[in-house]
Write a protein that binds this ligand. Sequence first.
Ligand code: PRT
Ligand code: ZN
Length: 291
Amino acid sequence: MPKIMEKRLRIAIQKSGRLSDGSIELLKSCGISISKGKHKLKSISNNFPIEILYLRDDDIPKYVAQNIADIGIIGQNVALEKGSELTISKHLGFSRCRLSLAIRREEDFNGLAWLNGKRIATSYPVILQDFFTQNNITAEIEEISGSVEIAPGIGLADAVCDIVSTGSTLMMNGLKEVYTVMKSEAVIVQSDVIDPVRNQILSKLLFRIDAVRKAKANKYILLNAPNDAITRIIEIIPGMKSPTVLPLAQEGWSSVHSVVAESDFWDVIDSLKDLGAEGILVIPIEKMMVN
Ligand code: PRT
Ligand code: ZN
């Protein structure tokens, strides 16, 4: 057995919550099979050298910092609040949310100076204090661990700094979002001291994650176009290196194969149609290895 199979990379993920499904799906989309019993605290993969530890998200930074796990998947908000000694090695694009300041709906917010002298309830005292320092605000931070949004209603605070996704929790509690302190998504955090063999496994995992994420962000596109439009079409869909252009049996026409970013997909299709492209097919890409 090659040496790299002897050790396993230890990955801490959230046991149950808003990060769990995304974390498991990410590993599975990288071709890693995981069998998890319902109440298991640990599991291993039989086709990739990893061991998974299932933990509360707030505890993950500590486990990684203490080298009990090599890497962890957590929200950027938790990474910044509790993982200052860790490095973020990859942004993962799921569990997106923001950490925002919110005040009572009936109050007028005239900018950040409104916060001076006020009391703000949050579960993120470190991030909030940094934000206050950077913005020269003097306010009192009331640290609470849950149900932050009820604090203004029960007279515990003048405002809150809490995680927002759709905004409905704030609305239901008579609050309005007035300022985004930070945006967050799931990230991989790692300690700076990873055993070299485990570090090689991590590099392989990060390579696979890149391939899966790039594939999701792009589509494969095939179309037919008159030859005199090909130069301009290539400018619009340059692809990974350059598009494949093949002559069609019909004189004066070619088929073009390329890759297009999901983000500007519809604009690109409109431009291609304006240039005379026909028979446009768009196909999902499963994995995309660039370099
Ligand atoms: O049990 P454990 O400690 O592991 O989990 P947890 O309850 O602390 O965390 P969990 O599962 O709620 O969230 C894990 C991570 O998901 C967070 O650290 C964020 O990075 C991310 N995330 C994404 C969210 C949300 N969306 C979210 N909507 N975390 C929390 N919320 C809560 C928020 O606290 C508020 O109560 O949802 C409410 C707001 O949602 P909206 O849609 O009403 O705005
Ligand atoms: Zn938590």
